[in-house]
Design a protein around this ligand. Sequence first.
Ligand SMILES: C[S@@+](CC[C@H](N)C(=O)[O-])C[C@H]1O[C@@H](n2cnc3c(N)ncnc32)[C@H](O)[C@@H]1O
Length: 251
Amino acid sequence: MREMQHDSSTIAWNALGDEWFELAQTGESRICFIMPHMLRLMGDVAGKRILDLGCGEGGYSRELAKRGASIVAVDCSVKAIEYAISLAEKENLPIDHYVRNSNDLFGIASEQFDIVLCSMMLMDCEDFDGTLREAYRVLKPGGRLFASVLHPCFDGNKETGIGREGVGESRYAVVMNYFEPKEWEAPLHKGTIPVIWRHRTLEDYVKAFLRAGFTIVDLNEPRATEEQAASSVALSFLRRIPLYLYWELKK
Ligand SMILES: C[S@@+](CC[C@H](N)C(=O)[O-])C[C@H]1O[C@@H](n2cnc3c(N)ncnc32)[C@H](O)[C@@H]1O
């Protein structure tokens, strides 16, 4: 039986486990902003075959399955996949799960998906070109890759590169170095166990997408609505500065 080949991203995320599941399911930005925006962009998914690549605790997979899509969910973290399976079973959702490094989706056939979803994972994986090559391979001709990432112009390593200062209405983004650092270790927001973070510039993203053969269809920098901004300080910042970037690519 062939086994997943580890690299720095898969090792870091396998160490995380429960802490991440808790954060994912309670984090305001993810629940109230990042996830609803992605689901809106993906539109009507009924009858579509979707690969949720870097599925984590499986929140997108379950929601997309409830909306009538047929889902394959992949993550490098054994604990994440075990957790995602347990929640899918609890809700009786027929989702196929695999533990894989995103750069080698062995056992997953080519040209079968209408959509590959990479929610907040392209900035984590070490082998970016390999991940895009595999996403491209498993998509049907004309299939779409939907991806969200931390906006590389406004989020990064606060100590040396890109971050935020101040509180509340006087919070602002600081860019000291757009090009460095390219990677660093730090816990997730409100977490304790470090993962490896990777900064990819806009140019890095675009050139890698084109190298893999994708066409860029759309790019979105979602802005919080006035209603969202009024509901919390974190979301009110998103009324002024986009911290997330969404891509739609076509095979
Ligand atoms: C920030 S989490 C996002 C999880 C989920 N997509 C979401 O939006 O809630 C990043 C996920 O990517 C996974 N991941 C990181 N590197 C990976 C790799 N090389 N191959 C597969 N999964 C990877 C992690 O285990 C983690 O579950």
